[in-house]
Design a protein around this ligand. Structure first.
Ligand SMILES: Nc1ncnc2c1ncn2[C@@H]1O[C@H](COP(=O)(O)OP(=O)(O)OP(=O)(O)O)[C@@H](O)[C@H]1O
Ligand SMILES: O=P(O)(O)OC[C@H]1O[C@](O)(CO)[C@@H](O)[C@@H]1O
Ligand SMILES: [Mg+2]
Length: 320
């Protein structure tokens, strides 16, 4: 193994830079040259590579976003695009590619692996929707950002006897919403994994009010509906409940990684290089019960990662 490349793909996530730094430094430790690919699969198709050395990744461990930049690439979804990308790697004698991203990025990585390029994936997405790893890089930081917002909203909700709907990210999954609801002490979590029941929500809000509680927080994952749609449904079903909507949006994707994210990113970055060195490829660097584990890439999306049933129960039991 003489020369590897690294890219970031999909939505950015706090800790991606810490992972890039670890890849570059671990590669240098083993005397392997490292090239950075700009803008994910877009840059791979267009051949935008540049050498990155140990000093180039100085002081990025604490920065949010990704210094390599990222993209969602339509062209990479086509065979023609992927062939071009594969050829760009051949032209530069790349022995292995490290893909830092989420489930979609791993599907793309697997296509390259099938075309004969050794690939290792590092799970980095605020969504945490990657099977085979306890946590993805960025999830913990995004949670803390959402929790901070919810705590602020709780202050004003309590002071003004208000009902708040807080819309958080999660197009297809409710990890951020569920854990924010648990840690933020919300009354209700509306999640893509659980069929939405407006009747149950209204019942809960009424019971809460009857028991003397004058304010409430509902955490809604964007994938179910928008905060404004939920506000409208509530107004129709329970006219006594006028909700105020806060959409957290892309704020959840930025910021310095938490200590947890910077640590797992560093471990995963180094582990990815070691996987390539040991001939383990077509895998993701999974964190399983605290241990770094090579997980076959298809397992990361073929099995849907489940929400923690204990947390689901806790939201129901404690929000009275
Ligand atoms: N089935 C697939 N085959 C080939 N490439 C894919 C496939 N699915 C996704 N990709 C590539 O990976 C890119 C990133 O995927 P996606 O937009 O789903 O983000 P992600 O990696 O899941 O991260 P996040 O969910 O955090 O935004 C896509 O834009 C596309 O180029
Ligand atoms: O606006 P963009 O970049 O398409 O990203 C939005 C999506 O990306 C994610 O934040 C994951 O990165 C999803 O939760 C969200 O739906
Ligand atoms: Mg994804």
């Amino acid at each position: 193994m003489k020369r590897i490349a690294v890219l970031t793909s999909g939505g950015d996530a706090p800790g991606m830079n810490a992972a890039i730094r670890a890849v570059v430094r671990c590669a240098a430790y083993h005397d392997i040259k490292c090239l950075g690919v700009a803008q994910g699969y877009e840059g791979l198709i267009d051949g935008i590579f540049r050498k990155i050395e140990v000093r180039d990744v100085g002081s990025i461990i604490q920065r949010g976003g990704t210094v390599l930049r990222t993209s969602r690439s339509e062209r990479f979804l086509t065979e023609e695009g992927r062939k071009k990308a594969r050829q760009q790697c051949d032209d530069r004698n790349i022995d292995g590619l490290i893909v830092i991203g989420g489930d979609g990025s791993f599907r793309g990585a697997w296509e390259l692996q099938k075309m004969g390029l050794p690939v290792v994936g590092i799970p980095a997405t605020i969504d945490n929707d990657v099977n085979g790893t306890d946590m993805t890089i960025g999830f913990d930081t995004a949670l803390n950002t959402a929790l901070d917002a919810v705590r602020r909203l709780r202050d004003t909700a309590h002071s003004h006897d208000k009902l708040f709907i807080v819309e958080v990210m999660g197009r297809h999954c409710g990890f951020i919403a569920l854990q924010t609801a648990v840690a933020g002490g919300a009354e209700f979590a509306v999640l893509p994994e659980i069929p939405f029941d407006i009747g149950a929500l209204c019942k809960k809000l009424k019971a809460s009010r009857l028991s003397g509680k004058n304010y409430s927080l509902i955490i809604l994952a964007e994938g179910v509906m928008s905060g404004y749609e939920l506000q409208k449904k509530l107004a129709e079903q329970a006219p006594g409940y006028k909700a105020t909507v806060t959409v957290l949006g892309h704020i959840q994707r930025g910021g310095a990684p938490s200590s947890y994210d910077a640590t797992i990113a560093t471990r995963m970055g180094a582990y990815a290089v070691n996987c390539l060195l040991e001939g383990k490829h077509g895998v993701m660097t999974g964190l399983v019960n605290g241990h770094m584990t090579p997980v076959p890439l298809p397992n990361t999306w073929e099995v849907k990662k489940r929400l923690n049933p204990e947390l689901l129960e806790l939201v129901k039991e404690l929000s009275i």
